[in-house]
Design a protein around this ligand. Structure first.
Ligand code: NAD
Length: 514
């Protein structure tokens, strides 16, 4: 579908417009590099009719895919996993071309994606197979079971920041659960999105079980209205609201993985070297363009100075450029640079100090790492998602104050705690869907645990057992196997039956526990 004969063999043709901006050229979407502006590839733009047609094709394909059963789906998905794994460097290069992210970062992401796909493929049967439910007093004659049936067609709308790992966290689980998928990649990463679809078609060529529809927000919106049975959205909180509103019209169930403002807490007994290294990486990897990026650090007074000086020393060594193996690459989306600039300027205007970077760090399309201290809690950068390589560090009296401040955010995606004695307890009290202890973004590498946020960070979950169930319709089947002990569900029941029901109920439910 991509106009690129071989999307892994990149062209160097420059396109008009701001480097990296999504360019709509007639009936094509042109993807370009955010630094050089070189064209990466072009894909056909879909309109609402084509989106609806893709969903229609997917419905038929989904029935075929569901009928293959767990074992055959697993075999195909593991073949897809192997296909992607053979091309790890190539897909990392392609991600670099579209987003600017360093190649090593792309490899780490792609390995995360294949491990996610592997887990979903291997565990779908265990989690989703039919299971017996227990018998209960008022229906002793009935055998009950619970089934997890595929929804049918799942729409997936994805962001650009992790264009392989993030969509895979929905797509792999939806497919493993027996659904067909219509995927709308971000307009900034359509070629990577199409590559995923094309490689899947190599192992499942019979029917369009996974399709891509390309375009901007209006194509995402068309997908919400196209009759999908379930929609999984990953992107900003602002767009999530529009997606929920669109899906509300047809009561289409949604999973929302949205923005974050993640906090890291450094307790008094933390290993400061590890904490500094992890804080730097957690905040700055992918140039801070991570939904679960550490944006706020709260360090306890007794270790604050030492922690800050170690972190600053590490950050000062990082290289930001567009060479293949740099530490930080460019900001992918041109408009985001202005958000980052506004947050830094606002913090500095309110009395914050930049220990690294600052206003001069913003050099589009790059933003150099910036570490801010003495930032007042009402500054924009403490409240809104920055999504750039900027870290704030605040001094707190103790872990309780750190928790109070960390939890005072509308967002609640991930979080990290560094410490020994109290660390796990603190992590459990973080108001977030996920938390890592003595590890930066540890949960991102573990597809067996659910990925989710609270508050403005999302609804529902992907990954883990719960992520497989998220893409399944729970169905209860109750089979009468004998004459009822107490016939309550018939107009032929007698007064005596009701008396017996009362007697049973008193025996089984009437006693209060001491
Ligand atoms: P975005 O909200 O701008 O776009 C996300 C997707 O939604 C894109 O494909 C876009 O075309 C589409 N879209 C835009 N308008 C739409 C509409 N009205 N209806 C349907 N779809 C529409 O986000 P982005 O800039 O691509 O990604 C960055 C954001 O994603 C950040 O806020 C980040 O925190 C978040 N994110 C969250 C997670 C997570 O797991 N929680 C993971 C990655 C990124």
């Amino acid at each position: 579908m991509s106009k690129h004969a071989d999307p892994l063999a990149l062209t160097e043709t420059p396109v008009a417009g701001h480097p990296g901006a999504a360019v709509f050229d007639g009936d094509h979407l042109v993807s370009s590099n955010p630094v050089t502006g070189a064209e990466v590839g072009r894909v056909p733009l879909a309109d609402a009719g084509e989106v609806a047609a893709a969903v229609e094709r997917a419905r038929e394909a989904g029935r075929w895919w569901a009928d293959l059963g767990f074992a055959e789906r697993r075999r195909r998905l593991l073949r897809w996993r192997a296909r992607i794994t053979r091309e790890l460097s190539g897909i990392a290069e392609l991600m670099r071309a579209e987003t600017g992210k360093p190649v090593d970062q792309g490899v780490v992401e792609a390995v995360g994606a294949v491990s996610t796909l592997d887990w979903a493929a291997r565990h779908a049967r265990r989690v989703l197979r039919r299971r017996r439910a227990g018998r209960v007093l008022v229906a002793l004659e009935a055998a009950s079971r619970v089934e997890y049936q595929p929804y049918g067609v799942v729409g997936v709308i994805g962001p650009w920041n992790y264009p392989v790992l993030v969509p895979m966290s929905s797509i792999a689980y939806a497919l493993a659960a027996g659904n067909a998928v219509v995927y709308k990649p971000s307009e900034y990463t359509p070629v990577v999105g199409q590559w995923l679809v094309d490689t899947f078609a190599e192992v499942v060529g019979e029917h369009p079980v996974l399709q891509a529809v390309h375009g901007g927000g209006e194509v995402g919106s068309a997908l919400c209205h196209a009759g999908v049975d379930k929609l999984s959205f990953t992107g900003s909180t602002a767009t999530a609201r529009k997606v929920m509103a669109a899906c509300a019209q047809s009561l289409t169930p949604v999973t929302i993985e949205a923005g974050g403002k993640d906090a890291m807490i450094v307790d008094s007994d933390a290993d400061l070297d590890k904490a500094a290294d992890s804080g730097a990486w957690g905040a700055l990897t992918n140039s801070g363009q991570s939904c679960v990026g550490i944006e706020r650090v709260y360090a306890v007074d007794s270790v604050y100075d030492e922690f800050v000086s170690r972190l600053v020393a590490k950050v000062q060594q990082l290289r930001t450029d567009h060479t293949e193996h740099s530490d930080l690459g460019p900001i992918t989306m041109p408009a985001q640079v202005e958000v980052i600039r506004r947050h830094i300027d606002d913090a500095l205007a309110r009395g914050a100090r930049a220990l690294v970077g600052g206003a001069s760090a913003v050099q589009p399309p790059f933003v150099h790492p910036t570490v801010l201290v003495d930032v007042p809690p009402d500054a924009l950068i403490m409240r809104e998602e920055t999504f750039g390589p900027v870290l704030t560090i605040s001094r707190v009296a103790d872990a309780d104050e750190a928790l109070r401040l960390a939890n005072g955010s509308a967002y609640g995606l991930g979080g990290a705690v560094f410490g020994r004695k109290r660390a796990v307890g603190i992590a459990r009290r973080l108001r977030s869907g996920m938390a890592s202890v003595n590890h930066p973004l540890g949960f991102a590498g573990v597809p067996s645990v659910p990925w989710s946020g609270v508050g403005s960070s999302g609804i529902g979950r992907v990954r883990g057992d719960d992520g497989l169930r998220e893409f399944s319709q729970t169905k209860s089947v109750v089979v009468r196997q004998a004459r009822p002990v107490v016939p309550w569900s018939t107009f032929e029941r007698t007064g005596k039956d009701i008396e017996r029901l009362i007697t049973f109920a008193r025996i089984f439910y009437g006693r209060s526990p001491r």
